[in-house]
Write a protein that binds this ligand. Structure first.
Ligand code: ADP
Ligand code: MG
Ligand code: MG
Length: 544
């Protein structure tokens, strides 16, 4: 890959310029729905529903090598096809998730039980909708120079598609109207800040699924609607609403509901076709649902009890098209990402002829080393690396949403604590059993985790991060200089596909679209990267 260099960043700007630019940015954000509900006050059940603050923002777009941005966009169609293929490969999912992972991870087990129950019964809906976001960091390789390496690929609740579209518009507007006060030659031409199609990619994907449902299942009476399954007290609600309004412009109605609102009689299945009917207080009774779009359901906290799991099962069994299906959610597990790094796995999944070879090379070049933590040869190597060079690694459980990983020096003690818990369990299980099956033969807690080599983004880039909620009446006061930042680039993709058909790998792709990006920027000290969880700000790439 091309050796690229980043300019010193942020460009030097004086107080007056910073105040002018940050006020212009803030007003644009407030005017264009780059918004969050305000933080939840202590002792309150949820955020205020009648006011909003702007989302955390980067004042300047952050420099990103043009060729590597293009590489991230070129990879997305390959990832769309790959994950469609994985989610319909029962043998692969059974090996990777249905083996040891479900024995040590109750959350994956509960998802797995839904997956197997619906397979056994026979799915009435063969279409799956994936709205993906593949995340990358720049990696400074001593030999090959700057590259992009994949952090993870999200298959459920990939967020910020709407807000990042608006943030790219904001940075382009600042370039057009203020020229960013001429503080950098990179910032005077809006053409260096790529247009962002993320919102369109998401709306087009949902719209394609809705249309496919209507065409195939010809619902009688009123038109079916798209169901957004959401979290109670969600602060990132405007990112979801903008997708809803995009669908509304195409004449497609949306209903929003939490798992709790859908349990009881909120959602029911009708007839042998299992059409999904939803009725919610204050809304037209009993709407037929075409597509279920999950912006909840990715974390154990979304399922406090059996009622929420029963609802997830009911939705999965229904005729509605799920975004994602449980199979797609499972395919997004970090464990799957790790297995894809194993030698020959991509070849056996995609076939290794002609075009496929090029695709495989491109995909593999985006992988960072990953290891299992089991008793296989690769697992032994992983365990040895975790003990000898923990500073080069992050250890990840099968979780989403940020804040779950174990970094560097924390890895060896975390592994030791897991082994101690296994030994204690083994001692209890072994006592009194005839076989005396102890800790050695049982699946170990650490097998629910993977080990990943840390990606090393280049130094020398900073930015001014603008956070709302300081209540400041002085322009620019909230634009705080972060001298050393890391930017994570996400690429969006949508794929609607039918399982069990004639296409390559048994998948028929009905709709596929890639396009759009999210740049999230955070101070280097913070290991985690979520915007919603408060670690990072929404940014845009300026191509250099
Ligand atoms: P989640 O699904 O919770 O978002 P991620 O795999 O994206 O989990 O990890 C969370 C954050 O941790 C990322 O946004 C990134 O900042 C950091 N991170 C994860 N993997 C790596 C890695 N291999 N190298 C450097 N940072 C990483
Ligand atoms: Mg994730
Ligand atoms: Mg992530």
């Amino acid at each position: 890959m091309a050796t690229a260099r980043l300019p010193q960043w942020p460009p030097k700007a004086n107080e007056a310029q910073l105040a002018y630019l940050s006020q212009t940015a803030t007003d644009y954000a407030l005017s264009h729905s780059i918004l969050y509900r305000p933080p939840v006050p202590a002792g309150s059940a949820g955020p205020a529903l009648d006011s909003a603050i702007h989302a955390p923002l980067a004042l300047f777009p952050s420099p990103f090598p043009r060729s590597l941005y293009a590489a991230s966009q070129a990879l997305q169609p390959l990832y769309n096809a790959l994950y469609a293929r994985i989610s319909t490969d029962d043998a692969l999912l059974t090996r990777v998730i249905g083996g040891s992972v479900i024995q040590v991870d109750d959350f994956q087990k509960a998802l797995w039980d839904i997956y197997t129950a619906v397979r056994k019964e026979g799915a009435v809906q063969k279409l799956h909708l994936g709205l993906f976001r593949s995340d990358y960091l720049l990696h400074e390789d001593p030999e090959q120079g700057l590259q992009i390496k994949q952090v993870e690929l999200n298959t459920i609740s990939s967020s910020f598609g709407a807000l990042c579209t608006r943030v790219a518009d904001m940075h382009r507007y600042l370039a057009q109207t203020t020229g960013f006060c001429n503080v950098s030659p990179h910032l005077t031409n809006a053409a260096n800040i790529p247009r962002n199609e993320a919102l369109d990619t998401l709306v087009d994907g949902l719209s394609a699924a809705h249309t496919a449902y209507v065409v195939s299942h010809k619902p009688e009476g009123t038109a079916p609607v798209v169901l957004f399954v959401v979290q109670d007290g969600e602060r990132n609600v405007f990112d979801q609403r903008l997708i809803e309004y995009g669908l509304s412009e195409r004449g497609i109605k949306v209903q929003r509901a939490t798992f709790d609102q859908l349990s009881g009689n909120g959602a029911v299945l009708e007839g042998p076709e299992r059409r999904l009917l939803v009725s919610l207080p204050g809304q037209t009774p009993s709407q037929e649902i075409s597509v279920v779009y999950f912006r909840a359901g990715y974390s154990p906290a979304d399922y406090p009890g059996a009622a929420q799991w029963a609802t997830r099962l009911l939705l999965e069994r229904s005729l509605a098209i799920k975004c994602p299906t449980v199979a797609l959610q499972l395919a997004g597990a970090k464990k799957v990402q790790q297995v894809l790094c194993e030698p020959n796995l991509l070849e056996s999944l995609l076939g290794s002829s002609g075009d496929n070879n090029t695709a495989i090379q491109q995909l593999r070049a985006s992988f960072m080393d990953m290891y299992p933590l089991d008793s296989s040869e690769l697992g032994k190597k992983g365990l040895a690396l975790a003990q000898t060079t923990p500073e080069d690694f992050v250890m990840k459980p099968q979780r989403e949403g940020g804040g779950n990983n174990i970094y560097r020096a924390d890895i060896p003690p975390a592994l030791a604590a897991m082994d101690a818990r296994d030994a204690a369990k083994g001692a209890t299980a072994g006592a009194g059993t005839e076989t005396g099956a102890g800790a050695d033969s049982a699946v170990k807690e650490r097998e629910g985790y993977i080990l990943m080599r840390l990606i090393r983004p280049p130094a020398g880039t900073g930015n001014h991060l603008i956070r709302a909620g300081l209540g400041s009446a002085t322009p620019g006061e909230s634009a705080i200089l972060a001298p050393d930042v890391i930017s994570e680039l996400g690429a969006f993709g949508a794929v609607l596909f039918r399982e069990g058909q004639s296409g390559p790998g048994g998948v028929d792709i009905v709709h596929e679209k890639s396009g759009g990006h999210l740049l999230r920027t955070k101070a280097r000290e913070s290991d985690e990267g979520g915007v919603a969880v408060g670690y990072s700000v929404i940014d845009s790439p300026v191509l250099v």
